[in-house]
Design a protein around this ligand. Structure first.
Ligand code: AMP
Ligand code: GLY
Length: 430
């Protein structure tokens, strides 16, 4: 098989690394990739949103299967465009990717199909007064969201009414997210712990990757602004068998069935961002792709041949329950640039990756790095690296990941020291 991975972050490094272990992979490409993907794949200089360029490459280089990492090309219709050309690709069509691309669509879809989520109301941008009155009527705490893709920054969890009105003003009046703010979604604030559960589906059948947990805020203890994710671990001890059954029955199955009934069957990765509330699991968000950094911890636990799994997702021959996963644990600690997620500098030399990887079962995955002209590896983004480790259990995986983290250095290196603590807490209560 000749396989193309689209994207350039830590998730795509994890994907190329995992796909490269399959005996079925004859050639592997990453577009555009990064210095980490270059260890497992040939990077090609085509941007992940250049759909025409990617199709041309896939045709000319006889690509058998394309796997898409990030959401933007999926929402833009990369899957529709590849399928029109008869090219095999893993991911939802633009219509199905609306589950991530439009929060109003997702909430209204869940209401139509009785999928548990927050109470919500949708307003058009020209219904500012009605939205403002609704905020006053419901009161704080309350959540205000821009409808469309906003690079993870479009959701405001507001503890006061003043914050909620400011959020509404930013989205509707200041157009902080452009067209993504053409609609505003106001949601009830749910309480509980967040879990990421990924289903790989061919539209009808699905398999689950091991549940994971992300750490979105930049600061220790979950404080400060939200980031793309500062670390992850899998499995998530909070998700026991009963809970997982409820997620399948109450969330995943009605969602896949509902998408079929509405004529937009969902193929690819269905990312269920869940809140485990006192009333049970509820959907915080759907995404149409693997999470980052969650991919870094769930993919190394897959024991089935990932090429087989992706191929059957793309061609509609997946068998429910057919994925084999390790019973071990994985943890990932993200090394970010000082100032991320607001303002940060890049271009700092990175050292110590080899020492970290000399440790038992530690890998360093690249997110925002680049090779300078003189061949030196430097920082090139907010999230720079993810130190990922396997262990027999969560404490061992975390210890190894943090040992690895200690070996890697660059100016302004910022790390949360409490990754995995929420998982350890559930283990000690069990
Ligand atoms: P989203 O952009 O919808 O993924 O939201 C980003 C983050 O905001 C989520 O990961 C949650 O931490 C938080 N959030 C979003 N919606 C809600 C909600 N209705 N209740 C509580 N927290 C929420
Ligand atoms: N780690 C959160 C996300 O990928 O959206």
């Amino acid at each position: 098989m000749r396989i193309l991975v689209v994207g350039s972050g830590g998730r795509e490094h994890a994907l190329t690394r995992a796909l490269n272990t399959s005996s079925r992979t004859d050639a592997l490409y990453a577009a555009p990739g990064n210095p980490g993907t270059a260890r497992h794949a040939s990077n090609i200089g085509i941007a992940s949103d250049d759909i025409d360029g990617l199709i041309e490459f896939a045709r000319e280089d006889d690509i058998d299967l394309t796997v898409v990492g990030p959401e933007q090309p999926l929402v833009d219709g990369i899957v529709d465009a590849f399928q029109e050309e008869g090219l095999s690709i893993v991911g939802p069509t633009a219509a199905a990717a609306q589950l991530e691309g439009s929060k109003a669509f997702a909430d209204q879809f869940m209401a139509r199909h009785d999928v548990p989520t927050a109470e919500f109301k949708v307003f058009e941008a020209d219904e500012y007064d009605a939205a403002s009155d609704y905020l006053d009527e419901v009161g704080a705490p309350i959540v205000v969201k821009a409808d469309g893709l906003a690079a993870g920054k479009g959701a405001y969890v507001c503890s006061t009414l003043d914050e909620a009105h400011e959020a509404l003003d930013e989205i509707v009046q200041d157009r902080a997210f452009g067209d993504a703010g053409d609609q505003v979604v106001v949601e009830e604030k749910m309480d509980g712990e967040e879990v990421s559960i990924f289903a790989l589906t061919d539209g009808t059948h699905y398999v689950l990757l091991t549940p994971s947990q992300d750490h979105k805020p930049i600061g220790e203890g979950g404080t400060g602004p939200n980031t793309g994710g500062m670390g992850a671990f899998s499995p998530a001890p909070i998700v026991n068998g009963d809970l997982l059954n409820r997620v399948c029955r109450e969330i995943i199955e009605p969602t896949l069935l509902g998408m079929q009934e509405e004529g937009t069957p969902y193929q690819g990765v269905l990312y269920c961002g869940l809140m485990i509330t006192d009333e049970g699991p509820k959907v915080v968000e759907f995404n149409c792709r693997l999470g980052d950094p969650e991919a870094q911890v769930v993919l190394p636990l897959v024991e089935s041949d990932l090429v087989d799994v992706f191929e059957s997702v793309a061609d509609g021959t997946l068998e429910t329950g057919s994925l084999r996963a390790s019973s071990r644990a994985a943890a990932c600690v993200v090394l970010a640039s000082d100032g991320y997620p607001i303002e940060y500098e890049t271009g700092f030399e990175i050292i110590g990756i080899d020492e970290a990887e000399a440790l038992s079962e530690v890998s360093v995955l690249h997110a925002g790095t680049r090779l300078r002209e003189d061949g030196v590896l430097v920082t090139d983004g907010g999230r720079v690296l993810g130190v990922t480790a396997l262990g027999d259990d969560l404490p061992e995986a975390l210890e190894r990941a943090y040992d690895g983290t200690d070996r890697v250095h660059f100016d302004g290196n910022t790390v949360r020291t409490d990754i995995g603590e929420k998982g350890l807490k559930h283990l000690s209560e069990a």
